[in-house]
Write a protein that binds this ligand. Structure first.
Ligand SMILES: Nc1nc2c(ncn2[C@@H]2O[C@H](COP(=O)(O)OP(=O)(O)O)[C@@H](O)[C@H]2O)c(=O)[nH]1
Ligand SMILES: [Mg+2]
Length: 248
């Protein structure tokens, strides 16, 4: 079963080489797709050079910084146009530990779940080095998303996930508008509403130790309002649709 990890990047030149090395060393034999928005620090150039040396490394280069959501949609479409069955998403900054990849892939590969979510907040809170205000915002957002949408995911804004092909094919990713945290919520919400079963895998999240965060207040607001949009778009339904998707 061919697997690929999609990594959006903007100025991650220092993080990417050790991350790519760690991913290539995993037993899973996964391919890597970096979706770079023309990073001024030469991230894309580095990936381009590596892709010529190693056929497991791929670059999707975009002309300008356009947000994490747009980068992921383009990356997922790229993967769906090829024969990947397992599609993983992760950040480039080591907040998501490459050693956790196997834990995320296993339930999807074994057909226990259609998608898996690396979860900071299932069975406790596991976040290292975040300032308290950021932790409060993130944990608060989880309660907020659950209260409004009814979606029973402990970590709905997390960005470390694994999808099987069929799920991505069935949630019309090309119509997803949101970026940042809103994008993570909207993806999981669509899959959950369509009845695709998921599993939350406990992970430890560590704040980036180099480079800077690209998240902004605008992205927080986007997610704040987007949750209401999800509720209204779904005619205020707070449970998955009745139709069972038996063969995921
Ligand atoms: N291609 C692309 N990647 C982005 C963009 N914004 C953020 N990223 C990447 O998305 C991942 C998560 O972003 P980050 O700034 O670490 O967010 P935080 O962890 O919430 O602070 C990192 O790999 C970033 O390089 C963007 O506009 N375009
Ligand atoms: Mg980060």
């Amino acid at each position: 079963m061919a697997s690929i990890v999609v990594i959006p990047t903007y100025n991650e030149r220092n993080n990417l080489p050790p991350l790519v090395e760690a991913l290539l060393a995993l037993e899973e034999n996964i391919n890597i797709l970096v979706v770079d928005d023309n990073s001024p620090d030469g991230t894309g150039q580095w990936v381009q050079e590596q892709s010529l040396k190693n056929s497991r490394i791929h670059l999707l280069s975009r002309s300008q910084k356009n947000g994490l959501g747009r980068a992921y949609v383009a990356g997922f479409q790229w993967a769906l146009e090829r024969d990947y069955e397992i599609i993983i998403q992760m950040d480039a900054d080591f907040s998501h530990n490459p050693d956790d990849l196997s834990k995320l892939i296993a339930p999807v590969k074994n057909k226990q779940a259609a998608f898996s979510i690396g979860s900071r907040y299932a069975h406790g809170v596991r976040v290292i080095n975040w300032p308290l205000h950021r932790l409060i915002l993130s944990v608060g957002a989880s309660y907020y998303v659950h209260a409004i949408t009814g979606m029973p995911i402990h970590d709905p804004t997390g960005g470390f996930k694994c999808w099987n092909r069929k799920t991505l094919e069935n949630i019309n990713i090309e119509t997803i508008q949101s970026n940042g945290y809103g994008f993570q919520i909207e993806m999981s919400h669509r899959a959950w509403r369509r009845g695709f079963p998921f599993i939350e895998v406990p992970i430890i999240f560590t704040d980036r130790f180099q480079g800077t965060s690209k998240m902004s207040l605008g992205i927080v607001f986007e997610a704040f309002f987007m949750v209401w949009k999800l509720l209204l778009q779904n005619a205020c339904h707070r449970t998955p649709r009745k139709r069972e998707i038996s063969n995921f």
